[in-house]
Design a protein. Structure first.
Length: 246
């Protein structure tokens, strides 16, 4: 099941596409990428946290048109900074390496991972929870965009990036139950070396609270990602799919 985007939201996304027909900056995939092909809208699997919905809008930078039929992967940590598949890795200690497959998997959990195909509007939506943080990083969501061939081969990764959250949202949620009380200090985007390598142009999501009556129901994050669907990313290569831990 996919979310229903109302007419006003669709119009806003269309205007945003026209204004942002540029390449989105690529960034590393990190050590926790997996090729589970979990095609689903709801990726929570019971993970606790502030409810969050993400709408990713994929645009072809060569035509400024939305792209239908691309496979979009997202993965992120839970409220306490742990990734499924590596749930036993201590999020309060900085990982030694950022390469795919560099950290041995500790379990077969699959919470907060999923993929979906873009629709005719270029949109792909996910229901999740707001991520926490881990040592050395600000709050972020990983994303990869793949172009499948006529044989359903999923090794063609056109784009790999990371999505970031406005500081006003991060600072507020980090004080809530389930997120607060960590032994380490959360980094802001500006303190994060990976975000800062983009010189302030990291991919920042628009994020707002959605209300039902007077109560906050969930966070809605939207972002336009400009890609060349024929490109081949250097951050997830065909060889990466054959690593033992992926």
């Amino acid at each position: 099941m996919e979310t229903v985007i109302d007419a006003e939201r669709s119009h806003e996304l269309e205007k945003t596409r026209a204004a942002m027909c540029v390449f989105s900056p690529e960034q590393i995939a990190g050590p926790y990428f997996r090729n589970d092909r979990l095609h689903r809208y709801d990726i929570t699997e019971g993970a606790e946290g502030v409810p969050m919905e993400l709408i990713l809008s994929i645009v072809n930078v060569k035509t400024c048109e939305p792209i239908e039929g691309l496979l979009v992967d997202i993965w992120h940590c839970n409220a306490q900074g742990r990734y499924s598949g590596w749930s036993e890795v201590d999020p309060d200690k900085e990982a030694l390496s950022g390469e795919i497959g560099s950290i041995p998997r500790t379990d077969e959990d699959s919470y907060l991972r999923g993929c979906g195909f873009t629709n005719v509007l270029g949109n792909c939506s996910f229901r999740s929870v707001f991520p926490g943080f881990y040592a050395g990083r600000s709050i972020h969501v990983h994303v990869a965009v793949r172009k499948l061939d006529e044989h359903n081969n999923d090794r063609h990764v056109a784009y790999v990036g990371q999505l970031y959250v406005p500081e006003s949202i991060s600072s507020h949620i980090s004080e809530l139950p389930g997120y607060a009380g960590r032994k380490i200090t959360r980094l802001t985007n500006e303190q994060d070396e990976i975000y800062s390598e983009m010189h302030g142009f990291g991919t920042l999501m628009d994020m707002e609270w959605i209300y039902r009556g007077t109560a906050q129901e969930r966070l809605l994050g939207t972002v336009v990602i400009g890609v060349d669907p024929d490109a081949l990313s250097a951050h997830i290569t065909p060889e990466d799919f054959y690593k033992d831990t992926v």
